[in-house]
Design a protein around this ligand. Sequence first.
Ligand code: KIV
Length: 265
Amino acid sequence: MLKLNYKKLLIKKNKIPITCLTAYSKPLANILDGKIDLILIGDSLGTTLYGMQNTRGVTIEMMKNHGKAVVLNTKFSMTIIDMPYNTYRNKKEALKNALDILAFTKADFIKIETDEKNIDIVEHLTKNKIKVVSHIGVTPQKFSNFSRIKSVGKNINEKNNLFNLAKKLESAGSKMIVLECIGIDTSKKITSNLSIPTIGIGSSKYCDGQVLVIDDILNFNSNSKKPKFIKNYINIEKNIDKAVQRFAKEVINRNFPSKKYSYKI
Ligand code: KIV
C-alpha cells in the first residue's frame, strides 16, 4: 500500500466518500493508519484527553507533541493538525506558528478555524506553501461553553454567508474545508459548487467526507452530553471496566502475577 496523496483525495470528490477520524496518540494512529483516509490531530484533545471545558487552553506544545506521536506512526493515511486558539491572529503569527508545528510534526495539512476576518491568513499560509484546511460553520474555539453550540445556516442570510465564505476560502487556496453543524441544503450547495473536498461533522451525508472525534465513536467520556450528530459504534468503556475489575480482583486474591508472569531469578 502506498501513502495517500492530495491528488488521490481530489479524485475521490463526488465519487468515494472520504473518511477522517481524530487520533492523538501512537496506539490509535497505528489502528487508524491505512483504514481511514485522513487522521486529524484535533485540538479537541483539550476536552477529550485533558478534561478542559473548551479548546482554548490547548497550547502549541501540546499539539506538537501529540502531532509528532501520531505522524511518526502513520505511514499510509494523510494527517491534518489543528492550530490552537490565539496562535493565528495575524499573518506573521500564523506563519511562524504553522511552520513551527509542521516542522516538528511533519503533518501533511494544517487546519484553522475560519471566518470572513481571517481569509487573508489562509491566503498567506498558502502562498508560503502550507497546505491549509479551513473549518467553517460551528468553530469550537469561539465557544467558552460548549453547551451553547447550535447548528448554523438556518436562515437565508446565514446560508448565503456560509456559501460565500466557502467560495472565498477555496479561492484563497484552502485544500479542503471542514463543515461543522451546517444544515443539509447549505452543505449540499457548498459541496457541489466547490472543486475542493468538504469534510462534514454534523453536516449531512452530502459532504465529500465525514469526520468524527474518535473518543466519541468509542464512547469514551460517556457521562458527558453529546451533540445529536455523534454516533457511538462501541462501548469501549464497558470493556475497559471489565479488564480493570478482573485485574483488581486477581491482585487482591494474589492470583496475579502468577509464575507465568514472574522472572525465575
Ligand atoms: O478538533 C477537532 O477534533 C476538530 C473536529 C471536531 C473537526 O476540529
